[in-house]
Design a protein around this ligand. Structure first.
Ligand code: SAM
Ligand code: SF4
Length: 337
């Protein structure tokens, strides 16, 4: 297998990482992600499981080596295990190096074993608090015990777990140490994410939720010794190791740091639109190309290359202005986080 990158953007960045949202639906309604009365897309708008397979396989044929499945909540999509099982063939062939998932954990008791069998070895599970009441407030519809049980199931199945914590001002500020120690005890890595201005949140103001990770990091440094790690995954995460626990902690700060120069990824929405950048509106309608050519992948591959050739240099998020300049109208659950 020739590992030379095939998708190179105008700024000489090799694109080898695809994130795919497989549904805009979810069994939770997290405050920073969705309003309680979300309107979801009609089913025919979504890529079918077969179309998802065709789409992902086309990217893999062009050198994509890492595939992350997200949503919405990917595990509430009916039949999604069939997709994972089938796409696993690219791991067997060696073309795909890693298949991963970002999930809220609610369905992992049911699916963790099958995910491992499909070739998955790592999952990211989102969990912002260990307090039952706060968990119910943040997720509106979620139950903490169900997610903890999902995390148990993932670890029992042999999946390595990373916990994603969205830092929300006034909500999980007082749980920093508890979350770090809990993850250390369970041998799980941990990443903090800064709230991003995605979608319309109704009455909730973004600026009220915003807790700069610079402050969070300073707070963490009061209790732990932080050792900077040089590691760069091509994404917005920066890592430290905590001397006291030995665990790796990541910080995703897309708003306050510029990570764009090393960007190696693109995002496919559940309706088959390719966003070359999370923070820009430009997109390519790959679903149309795919549906117009049901038996020929060449136009799809050409459209993928044309889209990568338009990948912008970076994004324009900016919280410093009151109107949250650069904010995106679309929801994270549509694009995939
Ligand atoms: N439902 C799955 C989950 O919650 O992990 C996958 C999709 S979710 C959109 C992916 C990640 O995006 C989660 O870690 C979630 O906490 C995060 N997220 C959602 N809305 C966000 C926002 N406005 N700012 C920052 N992170 C956000
Ligand atoms: Fe659902 Fe994930 Fe959004 Fe929460 S963050 S509402 S779990 S998609």
């Amino acid at each position: 297998m020739n590992d030379a990158p095939r998708l190179i953007d105008p700024y000489a960045r090799a694109i080898n990482y695809l994130r795919v949202s497989v549904t805009d639906r979810c069994d939770f309604r997290c405050l920073y992600c969705m309003s309680e009365n979300m309107t979801f897309l009609p089913k025919k708008e979504l890529l079918s499981l077969e179309e998802l397979d065709r789409m992902c396989s086309a990217f893999i044929s062009q050198g994509v080596q890492k595939l992350r499945i997200t949503g919405g909540e990917p595990l509430v999509r009916r039949g999604i295990m069939d997709f994972f099982t089938r796409i696993g063939r690219h791991l067997d062939s060696g073309a795909l190096k890693e298949l991963t998932l970002t999930t809220n954990g609610s369905q992992l008791r049911r699916f963790a074993g099958d995910l491992f069998s499909a070739g998955m070895r790592r999952v990211n599970i989102s969990l912002d608090t260990l307090d039952e009441k706060k968990f119910a407030e943040i997720t509106r519809w979620g139950r903490l015990s169900q997610v903890i049980d999902g995390i148990d199931a993932a670890q029992e199945a042999g999946l390595r777990v990373k916990i994603n914590v969205v830092a929300v001002k006034g909500t999980n500020e007082d749980e920093l140490e508890t979350l770090v120690n809990w993850c250390a005890e369970r041998d799980m890595d941990l990443t903090f994410i800064e709230v991003m201005p995605m979608g319309d949140m109704g009455d909730l103001s973004r600026n009220d939720q915003y807790w700069a990770l610079k402050d969070l990091r300073a707070r963490l440094a009061e209790s732990f010794t932080l050792i900077d790690l040089a590691e760069n995954t091509g994404g917005p995460a920066r890592y430290v190791r905590l001397e006291e626990t030995g665990q790796k902690v990541g910080f995703i700060t897309p708003l306050s740091h510029n990570f764009c120069e090393s960007c190696n990824r693109v995002r496919l929405t559940c309706t088959g639109q390719l966003y070359q950048c999370l923070g820009q509106e430009d997109e390519a309608d790959l679903r149309k190309v795919l549906r117009d050519h049901p038996d020929d992948d060449a136009p799809l591959v050409a459209a993928i290359h044309a889209a990568i050739a338009r990948k912008p240099k970076g994004h324009d998020f900016d919280y410093s202005r009151q109107d949250v300049s650069g904010a995106m109208g679309r929801h994270m659950s549509h694009t995939g986080g």
